[in-house]
Design a protein around this ligand. Structure first.
Ligand code: ADP
Length: 374
């Protein structure tokens, strides 16, 4: 009987697991939040992932549960595990991707390089941190942030007053030093429940307005020592936190050559989309292999350079699909991936991958194709 993998969440990450699942003969099923989601092709249920009974019903018909996002509550995950369901990543790992304060505390224990940080429960504690760090810092809501929402650079504690007002009693905000980074990197690594690891080359991510715009793999100009350091960080986190499936570690590189951890994602991640068309094993296939505890695939790049460009917003959905032929015509090398989402300004609705021997050529091919959606 085919192995049944259940994915909670019907977004583009679940959608992009469908093709490799079909190839591997895996029966993929999706619990979607709504009708008409990106992964509707495999959506066998629609319901609220915060509701234990809904999730239990979905889990009853699959062999392994995994995720398109990190928002399934701990209580729900722990109840599934208590029911005997195989959940990957499990709640003990996932909590460090759900809560940035928990993550910072655990990475401190693991001695992983990261920005100076503190848990601040009120404006006075925040101001003390800012005073000790050159008068500026980055305040973050520990939970629920994405694409730069829930991240604010401040130079006075008063600038976070509205967030403190919303913090539930007993909770706190995270503050970090404002890292003078020269660029952002990301390290992808897969880990099976049995412990096997497979690391991808470290990549550069280029953000615009807090949203990932482009990824270049491998990170241009990265020396062997930094590449090895990024991989080591990925391994320490994957093993130390007991991650199963794909792990993405977002990193800062500083002018003085340090590599610091920004945050973690325990699922396929935007910074790994290049691997779909640029590596022997793409991250979506690798995630399925890892959560199903199947042997992992090689991560070697197929070409010297791979580039991924996100398609943000653009014309309404029908209009977007009308532009696919132009995107294909603009560059026969580029691979177009659409998410079946209704475009809104700034919303990720697809991406373009390209790979080849010359970085400038690959970048212009991918950009030419992506420009057809502008
Ligand atoms: P999100 O969870 O919304 O993706 P992140 O924690 O990744 O939020 O932060 C979003 C962006 O804000 C980062 O990509 C980076 O550009 C900037 N940023 C976050 N933390 C810091 C920091 N400590 N120092 C400097 N810039 C930061």
């Amino acid at each position: 009987m085919a192995l049944r993998v259940g994915v909670i969440g019907g977004g583009q990450l679940a959608r992009m697991m469908i093709a490799p699942a079909v190839e591997l003969g895996i029966d993929i099923r999706v619990l979607a939040e709504d009708e008409g989601m990106s992964a509707q092709l495999a959506a066998t249920a629609v319901g609220d992932y915060r509701d234990l009974e809904t999730v239990r019903r979905f889990a009853a018909d699959v062999d392994v549960i995994t995720f398109d996002h990190e928002h399934v509550p701990q209580e729900v995950l722990r109840a599934l595990v208590a029911d005997g369901v195989r959940v990957h990543p499990g709640p003990d790992a996932l909590r460090f991707a759900q809560d940035k304060l928990d993550m910072r505390a655990r990475l401190t224990e693991l001695d992983v390089p990261q920005p100076d940080w503190a848990r601040v429960a009120d404006a006075a504690q925040l101001q003390a941190f800012l005073d000790a760090h050159g008068g500026r810092g980055v305040v973050k809501t520990p939970r629920g942030g994405y694409d730069g929402k829930g991240v604010r650079v401040v130079s006075d504690a008063a600038e976070a007053a509205d967030w403190f007002a919303d913090v539930p009693a007993g909770d706190a905000l995270l503050v970090e030093e404002l890292v003078p980074f020269v660029r952002e990197l990301a390290q992808q690594i897969a880990r099976r429940p049995s412990g096997e690891l497979a690391a991808y080359p470290v990549v550069e991510t280029v953000q615009k307005d807090g949203v990932c715009a482009e990824v270049i793999a491998p990170a241009p100009g990265v020396d062997a020592e930094h590449a090895a350091q990024a991989e080591r960080i990925g391994r320490v986190i994957a093993d130390g936190l007991g991650v199963t499936g794909m792990l993405a570690v977002e990193l800062f590189q500083t002018a003085d050559g340090r590599i610091l951890v920004n945050e973690l994602a325990m699922r396929p991640h935007n910074s790994g989309h290049w691997s779909q068309d640029g590596a022997v094993t793409g991250q979506f296939e690798q995630h399925l292999r890892a959560v199903a505890d199947l042997p992992l695939g090689e991560t070697t790049p197929l070409k010297d350079w791979s580039v991924m460009i996100n398609i943000l917003g653009g014309p309404a959905e029908a209009g977007m699909l009308d532009r696919v032929p132009a995107a294909l015509a603009a560059s026969p090398h580029a691979k177009v991936h659409t998410y079946g989402k209704t475009p809104r300004p700034g919303r990720k609705v697809g991406h373009v991958n390209a790979a080849g021997a010359d970085l400038d050529t690959v970048l212009s091919q991918a950009r030419a194709s992506a420009a057809a959606f502008a």
